[in-house]
Design a protein around this ligand. Structure first.
Ligand code: NAP
Length: 346
């Protein structure tokens, strides 16, 4: 049977890109993933899809590669998940974050325009674009006041996506995504750090994976974290890519907040994760000032009413279930052996 549609996914090795590939393959799409060159060929999030996703080598930094790929692939839908996606790293790689996270989508949109292609395009925006706004709930009409280099880059991308939609009549829709996690979340993010640490401590792993600074994630039975009071609206990643797909199926392109409308702190996440393995988080978590953000974003929930009414989308997985799923997956990986567990921690 011929595939119904062709989709190009950027960031296909990441959390969301790989779940998007799962979803679209289930729907019988032809799925092409954009892969940037790297010195390793280990792609843990894609391993289960071997041979089912076509891979194209390219980089969001490289406009000519993007033009070649779009000309070859001629996608009906483009899902742009690729980004320098870590706010913490954006303070240290400010220009690179702008090049990839801000300008990347413009290179993609320009390539599509130059080739007179008319794909539907999804842009992964973030609630960080509201970072400095003091309000308890954010929705699509909240003023955008980005306050870290990652958020500023994402805000530029968000506004350019909207500008191309309006100026060139392109079908571009952005998901304004609140935090979403899963067993495929990168280890540099706090949720996965905590669930991996809980698993390693519980199992007495003697050589835990390294953290983003190249040090053992667990030292002396403790994991080091930044500000524990930081509150986030945390959802389950596979549900967030379902929302992305629904956005591109609508004839009228529009931006939507995708969230759970509930708030939990990093401390709550520690408590639930360590409870899952019958440990007390207070014995295993240490606060490190070196890991606090120079500017903290305000705590706010996401109001997803528009997505509910127009996309029929609603989150199903609650916070405790989400954290338990992540801890269980990490415990299972470390039980199976170090090689597999370390390889899964991108
Ligand atoms: P992720 O796991 O960090 O994945 C990022 C992806 O981008 C990886 O596949 C990475 O490839 C790729 N990439 C980075 N630089 C690239 C470049 N120059 N050219 C091509 N590809 C490049 O991120 P995620 O959690 O899935 O998030 C997906 C998107 O949603 C991101 O844009 C993120 O900023 C946004 N977002 C995420 C959240 C969240 O809570 N997860 C919330 C709001 C918005 P490598 O494997 O080669 O590194």
């Amino acid at each position: 049977v011929a595939p119904i549609k062709t989709a190009l996914i950027t960031g296909v090795t990441g959390q969301d890109g790989s779940y998007m590939a799962d979803l679209l393959l289930e729907k019988d799409y032809r799925v092409v993933g954009l892969l940037r060159r790297s010195s390793t060929t280990d792609r843990p999030n894609l391993r289960h899809l071997s041979g089912r996703v076509e891979l194209e080598f390219g980089d969001l930094l490289d406009a000519s590669a993007l033009t070649r790929i779009l000309a070859d692939v001629r996608p009906d839908e483009i899902y742009n998940f690729a980004a320098q996606s870590a706010p913490a790293d954006s303070w240290r790689q400010t220009i690179l974050t702008a090049e990839i996270t801000a300008l990347g989508v413009v290179r993609l949109l320009d390539a599509a325009r130059a080739l007179s292609l008319d794909p539907r395009v999804y842009q992964a925006s973030t609630r960080e674009i509201f970072g400095g706004v003091r309000a308890s709930v954010y929705d699509e009409s909240t003023p955008m006041v980005a306050n870290n280099p990652y958020a500023v880059a994402k805000l530029y991308a968000h506004q350019m996506a909207a500008t191309y939609r309006e100026a060139y009549d392109m079908h571009v829709a952005a998901g304004i995504l609140f935090n979403h996690e899963s067993p495929r979340r990168g280890l540099q993010f706090v949720s996965r750090k905590i669930t991996t640490a809980a698993a390693c401590i519980k199992l007495g792993v003697d050589r835990p994976p390294e953290d983003e600074q190249g040090r053992p994630l667990v030292r002396d039975g403790k994991v080091r974290l930044g500000y524990l009071g930081a509150q986030r609206d945390w959802g389950f990643a596979p549900e967030y890519v379902e929302a992305a797909w629904r956005m591109l199926q609508r004839d009228e392109p529009k931006d939507y907040v995708i969230a759970t409308n509930s708030l939990y702190s990093v401390e709550d996440l520690c408590r639930v994760a360590f409870e899952r393995v019958d440990l007390d988080w207070r014995d295993h978590v240490e606060v490190s000032d070196a890991l606090t953000r120079p500017t903290e974003i305000a705590a706010a929930r996401g109001d997803y009413s528009l997505a509910k009414s127009e996309l029929g989308w609603e989150p199903q997985v609650g916070f405790v279930e989400l954290v338990n799923t992540m801890v269980d997956a990490d415990v299972e990986r470390w039980r199976r052996g170090r090689a597999e567990a370390v390889a899964s921690a991108r």
